[in-house]
Design a protein around this ligand. Structure first.
Ligand code: GSH
Length: 229
């Protein structure tokens, strides 16, 4: 029986863009697990009420329901030990947890300020009012104000990614020779931008771009071939 993944869908239902859902799409592919995707929208709170919370990703695996991308990754690693490892052991798990916190607290919030108004155009029509009001309440400003000045502010995102650039001088992935869950964490955020916005985040010759394309090409191009809004 395939694992069921509730994931955020856009105005075009084929466009799946949540950064956190992308982490899990990639993790499921890495684990070579069959998945049945269920399209979810921000206003569909009832649809995932059984999970006891109101955000996606939500995964249902037989009797088990798990929410929160980090908890799902840990569940997949522990429940499917015979499949390719996401963390490469306890030390890798601990270090991936740092990457999770770094991306959630530093990269994702910065990136949001660069593309959040574009994301509004990608969400489903019924989600637009909710998306605008919930995000404007979070930022304390209109989405247009948040996104303004991004041509210069994007330099800050590029600066924040310098540890990744430095790592890529020596290895192809966060996982070293092979991709690991830590790669999928950062990949999810950049894939969110790729699927919702045409704004150029990285310079064409940025090694982070090469890494992003490399991860996007995994699993028969799961990320690279995903439709964009
Ligand atoms: N910490 C959670 C965050 C999940 C999250 O924020 N999901 C967004 C979609 S990208 C969501 O469902 N938001 C619902 C809302 O804003 O009402 C995770 O890692 O899974």
């Amino acid at each position: 029986m395939p694992i069921v993944l509730y994931e955020l869908a856009g105005a075009n239902p084929a466009v799946k863009f949540s950064p956190y859902c992308w982490r899990i799409r990639m993790a499921l592919a890495h684990k070579e697990l069959a998945v049945r995707s269920v399209a979810w929208h921000f206003v569909d709170k009832e649809m995932i009420a059984f999970s006891g919370q109101s955000k996606v990703p939500v995964v249902v695996d037989g009797e088990r329901t798990i929410s929160d991308s980090w908890a799902i990754a840990e569940y997949l690693e522990d429940a499917y030990r015979d499949r390719p490892s996401l963390f490469g052991g306890a030390i890798g798990r601990g270090e991936a947890f740092f990457v999770n916190g770094w991306v959630d607290s530093t990269i994702q919030p910065m990136l949001s300020t660069l593309i959040v108004r574009d994301v509004l155009d990608a969400v489903a029509p019924d989600d637009r009012a909710y998306f605008r009001s919930s995000r404007e309440a979070r930022f304390g400003r209109t989405l247009e104000e948040v996104q303004a000045g991004r041509e210069t502010r994007v330099l800050e995102l590029r600066r924040l990614l310098s540890p990744v650039r430095r790592m890529l001088r020596q290895q192809d992935y966060f996982g070293g020779l092979h991709p690991s869950y830590a790669d999928y964490i950062l990949f999810g955020s950049l894939q969110w931008a790729r699927c919702t916005s045409r704004f150029q985040l990285l310079e064409a010759d940025d090694p982070v771009n090469d890494w992003f394309n490399r991860v996007g090409g995994l699993f028969d191009g799961l990320g690279a071939s995903a439709p964009r809004a």
